[in-house]
Design a protein around this ligand. Structure first.
Ligand SMILES: NC(=O)c1ccc[n+]([C@@H]2O[C@H](COP(=O)([O-])OP(=O)(O)OC[C@H]3O[C@@H](n4cnc5c(N)ncnc54)[C@H](O)[C@@H]3O)[C@@H](O)[C@H]2O)c1
Length: 258
């Protein structure tokens, strides 16, 4: 393995669009060598456009056999170190509780839980060997809500909270800091398809009114900006205090307040 360089490296999963793309672009702008992983190769190419030399594009399904371990190894092969891992890739499906399907559960848990846990473990191993690092998991306010039409997603994010706490304790002795962040409603592709499906199931044809009602539930009265949340994720990945671990940072405008 190469000598540990002063030039930091990061891996962002789910960086082909949405918040992952924004996180990757902020890291690149800060001079971090950034690896981006996603199943959507075209989206990744757009994310790193103009920065191909200081980035690494890893196209593939992270739920594949050995994919999490191979993804971490690809970063190590390229740069010899991994300083920050941001587990952002996610999948969400809306289906009525009484009509839930095995496919929905398997797909949701496969990426949101199993891949995230294995990436954290594999990333944790290389960070332990290097004497430190940071891992940020993206959870959701849904992890603590009763959402009958969103059970697989909320349960998957509750598992993320649990994995974050376990990983934080497991890796603390080795200087590896693990935290998570729960974003509020951000208008990404995932959020739009989720809300369209919720409106359909709720037999709401007035989608604009439906969305406005949901926004009105947020105490700050507006949705989260992708960029303001992404900046906070990067803060956790690079700048937050060394004494803060096992945290679930709430960036939901007060939606998640219990
Ligand atoms: N948008 C919101 O309002 C919101 C709220 C709370 C939490 N989150 C969380 O934030 C994170 C980012 O979400 P987003 O809104 O930007 O969603 P998004 O759908 O825009 O991005 C998710 C990315 O993950 C990738 N992905 C999904 N399954 C994959 C797999 N098996 N292998 C590789 N890549 C895969 C997708 O291709 C996509 O590029 C997710 O973890 C999501 O659960 C989002």
């Amino acid at each position: 393995m190469a000598e540990h360089s002063d030039k930091q490296t990061a891996l962002v999963t789910g960086a082909a669009g949405g918040m992952g793309r924004e996180i990757a672009r902020i890291l690149i702008a800060r001079g971090i060598r950034t690896a981006v992983a996603d199943v959507d190769g075209n989206g990744l190419a757009e994310t790193v456009q103009g920065h191909e030399t200081e980035t690494l594009v890893l196209v593939g399904d992270l739920t594949g056999e050995n994919a999490p371990e191979n993804t971490i190894q690809a970063v190590i092969s390229e740069w010899g170190q991994l300083d920050a891992l941001i587990n952002n890739a996610g999948y969400a499906i809306v289906e009525p509780f009484l009509e839930m399907t095995r496919t929905a559960w398997q797909r949701t848990l496969g990426i949101n839980v199993v891949a995230l846990a294995l990436l954290t473990s594999a990333g944790g191993r290389v960070m332990k060997a290097a004497g430190g690092g940071r891992i940020v998991n993206i959870t959701s306010p849904a992890s603590r809500m009763a959402l009958p039409d969103y059970a697989a997603y909320s349960a998957s994010k509750a598992a993320v909270d649990s994995i974050t706490r376990a990983a934080a304790v497991s890796l603390a002795p080795f200087g590896v800091l693990v935290n998570s962040l729960a974003p509020g409603m951000m208008d990404t592709e995932m959020q739009s398809s989720t809300e369209e499906a919720m409106a359909r199931i709720g037999q709401r044809s007035d989608i604009e009114a439906f969305l406005a009602e949901r926004t009105a539930r947020i105490p700050l009265g507006r949705r989260a900006g992708i960029s303001e949340v992404a900046r906070t994720v990067v803060w956790l990945a690079l700048d937050s205090p060394d004494y803060m671990i096992a945290e679930r940072l709430n960036m939901s405008g007060g939606l998640d307040r219990d």
